[in-house]
Design a binder for this molecule. Structure first.
Ligand SMILES: Cc1cc2nc3c(=O)[nH]c(=O)nc-3n(C[C@H](O)[C@H](O)[C@H](O)COP(=O)(O)OP(=O)(O)OC[C@H]3O[C@@H](n4cnc5c(N)ncnc54)[C@H](O)[C@@H]3O)c2cc1C
Length: 284
């Protein structure tokens, strides 16, 4: 194995639990033992073939069954383009409904991952139709200029938001294109959630945003959770768990790891961060 292959194997192993549901459940159990809950995602996106979509739906139903069976503390997080959004909105909505109803019967919470700006309208439309089910949340990205309005609408409708910066480069017509502008908007949206949200998740590895959130938490006493991606600054999250905060780690599994890993590599932005990610993971 060459050096590049070895680094790839190490990194992917930190970021992704493995190929199978069993791998994801095993990783979630380990986290649970350290006081950290999981958010499990089956990798894959932008499907246009019925058999890929059917496989994703079947996998999520099995995953939910296994979470229940193994009594692990874990939510599920899915992408609507896995469920057929690029085939038709109706297909994605039907598949999402089936998964949400099944999860509700098993007492499990289902998140929607947010994808590129192209899919945001349909994603929010589908989500809003399911808020009344009570076991659903949606991700909103501070990288998008529209997100303030979207959060207001979702909070007003009783929805649950997971706030992220956004993993997809967006054009200046719809998105903020500098990291500082994305972070400024993150702070604005986070403050809105603390002031008006009932229940939400602050999903970031940005220490400055987390410190700010902890201060707001003391001021507003909301039902807030903190979430990070598997293998990124997990020591920090472990410390937050030890302080008694509700924390979660996003645990992807499956064989389609290229797109996900590419986004993580881009965010790491320099070798020092990648190295820190590797070293810190060992301790969780
Ligand atoms: C639980 C969770 C769910 C998510 N769901 C979605 C989603 O549905 N849709 C979506 O678009 N995005 C999602 N994301 C990704 C998110 O949008 C960002 O791309 C990602 O979290 C990096 O942004 P940041 O907030 O950590 O801030 P950044 O400013 O990118 O990073 C802050 C600091 O964190 C550290 N860091 C960040 N990334 C890495 C890395 N890969 N390796 C090493 N160090 C790193 C560095 O110290 C960096 O300075 C999710 C993130 C989390 C934590």
């Amino acid at each position: 194995m060459g050096a590049a292959d070895a680094v790839e194997k190490l990194l992917v192993g930190r970021w992704i639990a493995g190929d199978s549901i069993d791998d994801a459940i095993a990783r979630a159990k380990k986290l649970n033992a350290r006081g950290i809950a999981a958010i499990i995602n089956y990798l894959g996106e932008e499907f246009t073939q019925k058999q890929d979509v059917d496989n994703a739906v079947g996998t999520y139903l099995s995953l939910i069954g296994e979470i229940k069976e193994n009594e692990v503390r874990a939510d599920v997080s899915l992408k609507l383009t896995q469920l057929g959004l690029w085939m038709s909105e109706k297909t994605a909505a039907k598949n999402y409904s089936e998964i949400v109803s099944f999860a509700k019967r098993h007492g499990i919470f289902v998140w929607i991952d947010m994808e590129t700006s192209r899919d945001v309208d349909a994603t929010i439309r589908i989500y809003k139709k399911h808020i009344a089910k009570g076991n659903v949340g949606i991700t909103i990205q501070s990288a998008l200029k529209r997100s303030g309005r979207d959060i207001e609408g979702i909070v007003a409708a009783g929805g649950v938001v997971r706030l992220v910066k956004g993993a997809y480069p967006e054009p200046a017509s719809v998105g903020y294109t500098t990291r500082s502008a994305v972070t400024r908007n993150y702070e604005t949206l986070m403050s809105y959630l603390f002031r008006h949200g009932r229940r939400f998740v602050i999903a970031t590895h940005d220490k400055r945003m987390l410190d700010r959130a902890v201060k707001l938490d003391a001021q507003y006493s909301r039902d807030v959770e903190y979430a990070m991606l598997s293998g990124v600054r997990n020591n920090l999250l472990l410390r937050m768990a030890q302080e008694g905060r509700n924390v979660r780690i996003y645990v992807p599994f499956g064989s389609r790891w290229v797109g996900y890993s590419y986004r993580r590599l881009r965010e790491a932005s320099n070798a020092k961060l990648v190295l820190r990610s590797l070293l810190e993971y060992e301790k969780v």
